[in-house]
Each structure stands twice: as C-alpha cells, then as structure tokens.
Design a protein around this ligand. Structure first.
Ligand SMILES: C[S@@+](CC[C@H](N)C(=O)[O-])C[C@H]1O[C@@H](n2cnc3c(N)ncnc32)[C@H](O)[C@@H]1O
Length: 258
C-alpha cells in the first residue's frame, strides 16, 4: 500500500483525514458511501450478492447466521427469504448503525473475540474481512469457535500475491472514487494458510477463484472515471463469477466437522 505523502495530500484535498492503511476509522469517514451502489464500496455490493449465493436456505426456524465484519450490512438484502436471523459483528459502530437499519442485529466486537457463545451459529460469513485483520490465526479461531458442528463457513478475501496487490490496490486505487489506503496488502491472505488454519479448528475449507465480469466492470470503470454514474437499473452491476485462478479474489466454503 502506498502510504506516501502523496496519498495524504490527496486525502487532505478531498477533506478526508489522512490515516494509516487499513485503519478502521476510514469506514467512519466513508460512512455515506456504504449503500451507494456506484460509490466507494460498489464492489462490496457485487461480492455480497455472490457470497449470498453460497448460503443455502435455513433448515429450520430461528437458524442463526453471524456475519463477522458485516460493515453496513450489504449482505442483508441478498439473504431475504432464506430464513435466517442475521447477526452482524463489526468494530465500527457507524457501520453497525446502518446495518441495523437493514434488519441486521448489530454486535460491536472484534473478530478475534466475537462476543457470542461457542457453536451458536448455523452459518458464519466473513466477507472481505480476513484481508483486514492483523491477527489472522486469532480471527480464524474466533469465527470457527462460534460455528456449530455441521455449520457452514462462507468467506471471500484477497490473495497474498503480487498480481492481487497490483490489481486490487495499485490499479484499483487509480479509479476515481475508489478509497486509497483501505487495504494493507501485507495482510492479504494465502489460501493455503487459510485452509490450514480452518482445518486446525475442524473446518475443511474449499476455495475457488472469483472475478467480476469483464464488460460490465469495464463499463463501470469508465462511468466512474468520467463521473457519469448511472443507475443500476439502466446499467446492471457487474456480477462476480467463478474463475480458474485464486490468484486475486477467492471464495471459501467449508463445513465444521461434527
Ligand atoms: C471491506 S469491509 C467488508 C464489510 C462487509 N463484510 C461487506 O462485504 O460489505 C471490512 C469490514 O471489516 C471490519 N473489520 C475489520 N477488522 C475487524 C475486526 N478485527 N473485527 C471485526 N470487524 C472488523 C471493518 O470495520 C469493515 O466493516
């Protein structure tokens, strides 16, 4: 991540305080962006839709889905009709307030020490969280702890590769409107390490690469770069689809052994 003075100067011009890369206070400063489909977190909307497709309908009444690092609850609309009680855990209160407005039960907490009981969750979701946590082993332990035996873990994150750093940080941050410094590439996650850590806590994780569809994304980049943001009704949002390589973005899915 470029934490140079140039980034600091640019943020100051935009009226955004200069913060270190991956500082969670950035989410407070960008709070008005969460629910804008063409805003700074546009790609999180596309990823939430893809993540929800990995979550099956609840098998019984009262089934609990815990969304760790839920942000403003962008997953919520994609879970409608699936029958879960949706609890969201996050460090950032301003994001949780918005999540609550979308039907998520908010819990303030750190992923390494989720303030929920062992084995309480039928599904645990960790969307675009793991590339933000300084303590990956502690976070994986925390999310696996709250998963019940037989429960499902669903996640997506960024790989710790040079290609990922190039695309997800250096090139992405050239697009106007994409927040600078939101990622610290040193925290990106090697899927082999993630699989090992999950196995340590009884979750056999399978991973697959995903990517945004090319033409719709290219259209979105052009519209964003030229300031011609269009409604998603006129211009369907890019879809996140499976791809052969996990080198940049990947999803993980695994069941906790009984
Ligand atoms: C990129 S956002 C993803 C939000 C949401 N999952 C989504 O996909 O829309 C990362 C979120 O993780 C939260 N987060 C980062 N570190 C965390 C931690 N240690 N414990 C809990 N939440 C954390 C941030 O506050 C932020 O809301």
């Amino acid at each position: 991540m470029d934490s140079s003075g140039a980034v600091g100067a640019e943020h100051r011009r935009a009226g955004i305080r200069a913060l270190p890369p991956n500082d969670p206070r950035q989410y407070d400063d960008l709070a008005d962006q969460w629910w804008r489909p063409d805003g700074a977190f546009a790609m999180l909307h596309w990823l939430a839709a893809a993540r929800a497709r990995l979550v099956p309908p609840a098998t019984g009444p009262g089934a609990l889905l815990v969304d760790v690092g839920c942000g403003a609850g962008l997953l919520a609309p994609h879970l409608h009709g699936k029958g879960y009680r949706h609890v969201g855990v996050d460090l950032v209160r301003s994001a949780l307030v918005q999540a609550a407005g979308h039907g998520v039960e908010p819990v303030v907490g750190d992923a390494t020490a989720v303030p929920l009981a062992d084995g309480c969750a039928d599904v645990v979701v960790a969307g675009e969280l793991l590339e933000h946590v300084p303590d990956l082993p502690g976070t994986v332990a925390g999310i696996c702890r709250i998963l019940r035996p037989g429960g499902l873990l669903v996640l997506d994150t960024l790989n710790a590769t040079a290609l990922s750093r190039l695309l997800a940080v250096r090139l992405a941050e050239l697009v106007p409107g994409v927040p600078r410094g939101i990622h610290d590439p040193a925290l990106f996650v090697d899927p082999r390490e993630l699989i090992r850590l999950c196995a340590r806590h009884g979750v056999r994780l399978s991973v697959r690469g995903v990517r945004p569809t090319f033409w719709r994304t290219a259209g979105w980049v052009v519209r964003t770069a030229t300031g011609r943001s269009a409604s998603t009704v006129d211009r369907p949002a890019p879809r996140i689809v499976p791809t052969w390589s996990t080198a940049v973005l990947y999803q993980g899915r695994g069941v906790k052994q009984s």
